[in-house]
Design a protein around this ligand. Structure first.
Ligand SMILES: Cc1cc2nc3c(=O)[nH]c(=O)nc-3n(C[C@H](O)[C@H](O)[C@H](O)COP(=O)(O)OP(=O)(O)OC[C@H]3O[C@@H](n4cnc5c(N)ncnc54)[C@H](O)[C@@H]3O)c2cc1C
Ligand code: SF4
Length: 807
């Protein structure tokens, strides 16, 4: 097998690998380096995250299991710093050297940060990755005033997000019109009016010359001497291709890494794809052309004959609620162009098509974009428009001219992924698809920005005719392997008495007999939750950390975190941990965020013997289960303590350890409202007060920061245990697999959860089912030590490894 290395684990690069795997799984031994600590995610949806429409875990495109299943060695959080083109090897910032036969550079771009004084102050960020998003969300929790520099696509999406996060937002723009490269002045002013009505304030024709403040930003100064206050500054003025590694290695670069029509760089066996690549003097910043490049590169690198990449015309849309706009091609008239225009100022509708020699060369639509796909097709195919009615809806906003029945088969439906109506219809007909999710899974349509989903739905309805079931089509199925939703799956397991993952897939007609990394762990969880006594866990269906009972790290080693109930340990246990760490040359011993001792960098084959020598229970620092119960020192030692937090923490951890839950569960116990264990941001937090305990639920200290809500106040430790058991069991029975308690409570409604748990009989029944479940669990480390078969299957060298599983 030839060795294929890819630098960059982003959207264009990984799509190229997907295309390669479609053509051949045998040709390459693939290694990917990604500087970010995440698997490939949908960067486009960062705007939706900021706007509160979706969550980080929902935008992962390729989960770690995908890499594992495709035998891809992934190094996350590791950047390549040198390409040795002569020696055909790359070297990472951690000193790792990997040889290649073929190398793909897919390093994307960085936000362009204005080179002005103060640009490095705390509170100044670009808008490019999860880290930037996290920073903005955190700032919104602490500060009031945000300034976004840049009134283009990214700037306006960031501004809308910051408004949603409760900040006061000013948008600073250098030019007299917003999105001036995509919109003409009329469309631009309609857009500005709409965004002002949503609460955005604009400072037009302002050039920022300095960022003010000491360590943290306090404001901006403009060239005209005026100033504006700011606690957060987002620079969204453009992107800069990430070309440094290529440049340092002698690969020819200009604005991007210069490539030919087959994405080959100036150095043999080195290719570039995505936002880092410059093709015919153009660097593209939208996924549609990048995916086209990826497809051609995949064919070429696999040795297949392929058409050359000849460049793309891109269409732009803005992902801001209440704004419907589309723009493509040329915007401004010159002596050779003629405009066809309709404008309904009253309704805020505007359409303009720029023509040259009887063909469309530019489109601007505002307020009604139903004509967009048809016009875009006419533009890209250079169709002759003589005698053709250009606007079907004539700015009335009435029924769609993109009527799917009259759409030709080669009309593009999903611009991002280049999927035509014909491809969707064929997939529906040949593969018996009935839901939007399935179409997306099979064709990629709707997998990126998601704007085409309504049209995909219409095509589904049109193709299926009488057999179309609107409710079923919209329903979110567990994954693309099935049309079955979570509720239906649970009901079917109960009704039909389905007893294994395989049986579920067979009986419920999964269209992929092996299932996938999304549905297999979910089915395994639901089966275990329903058949409390008799279900035998299907270990191979679990996510990688749970399968291994250890947390896989980004370099393929594991961590060992022994259980320390309530964060309390003994000198004897500490000695044991120290001896094992020394004996097995553990490179890092570290206190974890959950008050435990973690041994990091352990080889897979050393795991069972280390567990045996530690002779302590598994710490579950990795699973969808109770992780840790963090405690403060409490009344035993602290002069403020009103309750015994350590004793309660230990009791809780001992009772609920090893419980399978839809997602990880963390607890904290503080003995007074000073709350040293940070119980307010735990899934369940307990705060001691005079004469009892307050129970807080649905807190989250991670990516989606959320303060817990008060569920109730109880008097005794027995009450705490009873309420916690009932709450956890209700969560287990009603949450979607991989839904954190914070999201679950928001979905169900806190009042509803309170109401259910207020009923004593219900609490009793829930606790009975909880106890039944707890009775059957076994200690997994001990099981692995005792069982040779398990040891051989999971803890010998021959298994492949991937970077760390998402937290
Ligand atoms: C907020 C936002 C909204 C967007 N909205 C849209 C939209 O609506 N429609 C649309 O079409 N496009 C949109 N885009 C653009 C789209 O996301 C990009 O075009 C696409 O992600 C580019 O893919 P890429 O693989 O070239 O780069 P990226 O996705 O950026 O991936 C490059 C990866 O390489 C890594 N890397 C860089 N250097 C190294 C190194 N030396 N070693 C290892 N790894 C390295 C980076 O960390 C990064 O993870 C949006 C972008 C943003 C930020
Ligand atoms: S939470 Fe209260 S009791 Fe616990 S350690 Fe802090 S101050 Fe002391």
């Amino acid at each position: 097998m030839k060795k294929l290395v890819m630098i960059g684990n982003g959207m264009a690069g990984v799509r190229t690998i997907e295309e390669i795997l479609k053509l051949s799984t045998e040709q390459f031994d693939i290694t990917i380096f990604g500087e970010e600590p995440h698997p490939n995610y949908n960067r486009i949806k960062l705007s939706n995250i900021l706007q509160g429409d979706t969550h980080f875990e929902d935008i992962i495109i390729n989960p770690l299991e995908w890499y594992q299943e495709n035998k891809i060695q992934l190094y996350t959080g590791e950047a390549i710093v040198t390409i040795d083109a002569e020696g055909k090897r790359v070297i990472s910032d951690q000193g790792r050297e990997v040889e290649y036969d073929e190398l793909i550079i897919a390093t994307g771009s960085n936000s362009f940060i204005l080179p002005i004084p103060g640009a490095d102050k705390i509170g100044v960020t670009g808008f490019r990755d999860i880290k930037d998003c996290e920073m903005m969300i955190k700032s919104a929790g602490q500060y009031q005033k945000a300034v976004v520099i840049g009134g283009g696509l990214l700037g306006l999406e960031a501004a809308r997000g910051l408004l949603n996060l409760g900040m006061k937002v000013e948008v600073v723009h250098l030019m007299p019109h917003l999105m001036e490269r995509q919109l003409d002045p009329i469309a631009s002013s309609l857009l500005k009016t709409e965004l002002e009505s949503q609460g955005m304030n604009f400072l037009m024709e302002k050039q920022t010359v300095e960022i003010l403040g000491d360590e943290r930003v306090t404001g901006l100064r403009f060239k005209d001497g005026s100033e504006v206050e700011a606690d957060l500054v987002v620079m969204a003025i453009g992107i800069k291709s990430n070309i440094q590694v290529a440049k340092n290695s002698g690969i020819y670069v200009n604005r991007g890494i210069v490539v030919n029509d087959y994405m080959e760089t100036s150095v043999p066996h080195v290719y570039a794809v995505g936002e880092c690549a410059e093709h015919r003097e153009i660097v593209y910043g939208l996924v549609a052309p990048l995916y086209e490049q990826g497809k051609i590169l995949a064919s070429h690198i696999c040795g297949n004959e392929t058409k050359p990449y000849e460049g793309s015309v891109t269409g732009t849309q803005l992902k801001v609620a209440g704004v419907d706009l589309f723009s493509a091609g040329e915007i401004f008239e010159d002596g050779t162009t003629k405009s066809i225009m309709v404008y309904n100022e009253y309704e805020g509708l505007y359409k303009r098509v720029l023509t040259r020699n009887n063909t469309i060369v530019g489109i601007v639509l505002y307020g009604d974009t139903k004509d967009s796909t048809r016009l875009y097709r006419m533009l890209t195919k250079k169709e002759d428009i003589s005698g053709v009615s250009i606007f079907h809806t004539e700015c009335t906003g009435e029924a769609g001219s993109n009527d799917v029945a009259s759409m030709p088969n080669d009309e593009l439906v999903c611009g991002c992924n280049g999927v035509t109506k014909g491809a969707i219809v064929e997939a529906i007909q040949t593969q018996g698809l009935t839901t939007l999710d399935q179409v997306s899974h099979c064709t990629n349509a709707g997998r990126s920005c998601g704007r085409c989903k309504p049209m995909v739905s219409q095509i589904l309805a049109h193709t299926l005719g009488d057999q179309f079931d609107a409710a079923a089509a919209q329903k979110t199925s567990i994954c693309g392997c099935t049309t079955v939703s979570r509720e239906e799956l649970v009901a079917e397991i109960k009704e039909k008495g389905l007893a294994s993952v395989k049986e579920v897939m067979n009986v419920l007609d999964w269209n992929n007999t092996e299932g996938c990394t999304k549905c297999r762990p979910a089915i395994n969880y639901y089966l275990g939750m329903i058949h409390m006594d008799e279900y035998k866990d299907d270990r191979d269906s679990r996510l990688v950390n749970e399968k291994m009972h250890a947390n896989i790290q980004k370099d393929g080693t594991y961590s060992v975190v022994p259980r320390m109930y309530g964060g309390v340990t003994t000198a004897a246990d500490l000695k044991k941990i120290a001896e094992v760490a020394e004996k097995y040359n553990v490179p890092l011993v570290k206190l974890t965020g959950g008050q435990r001792i973690g041994l990091f960098g352990v080889k897979k084959e050393d795991l069972p013997v280390m567990w045996e020598e530690l002779d302590m229970p598994s710490g579950y620092a990795y699973g969808k289960t109770l992780r840790t119960v963090k405690t403060c020192v409490g009344a035993q030692f602290c002069r403020y303590g009103t309750q015994d937090s350590m004793a309660l923490g230990i009791e809780l951890e001992k009772k609920f350890e090893r419980l399978d839950t839809p997602h990880k569960v963390k607890m904290g116990v503080s003995a007074c409202p000073r709350n040293c264990s940070e119980a307010g941001i735990k899934d369940i937090g307990f705060v001691g007060i005079d004469g009892g305990w307050e129970i807080y639920v649905a807190g989250n200290g991670g990516v989606d920061l959320r303060a817990g809500d008060l569920l109730c106040t109880v008097k005794t430790e027995e009450d705490v245990m009873e309420m916690t058991g009932a709450y956890l069991q209700y969560y287990r029975e009603t949450a979607n697999y991989l839904e954190r308690t914070s999201k679950w409570v928001e979905r169900m409604g806190l009042d509803h959860v309170k109401e259910v748990l207020a009923d004593e009989e219900t609490r009793k029944a829930l606790n009975e089912r909880m106890d039944q479940t707890l009775n059957k669990y076994i200690e997994p480390w001990n099981e692995a030590i005792q069982n040779e078969e398990i040891k051989d299957k999971y803890y010998t060298r021959h298994n492949i490894s991937v970077g760390s599983e998402s937290k």
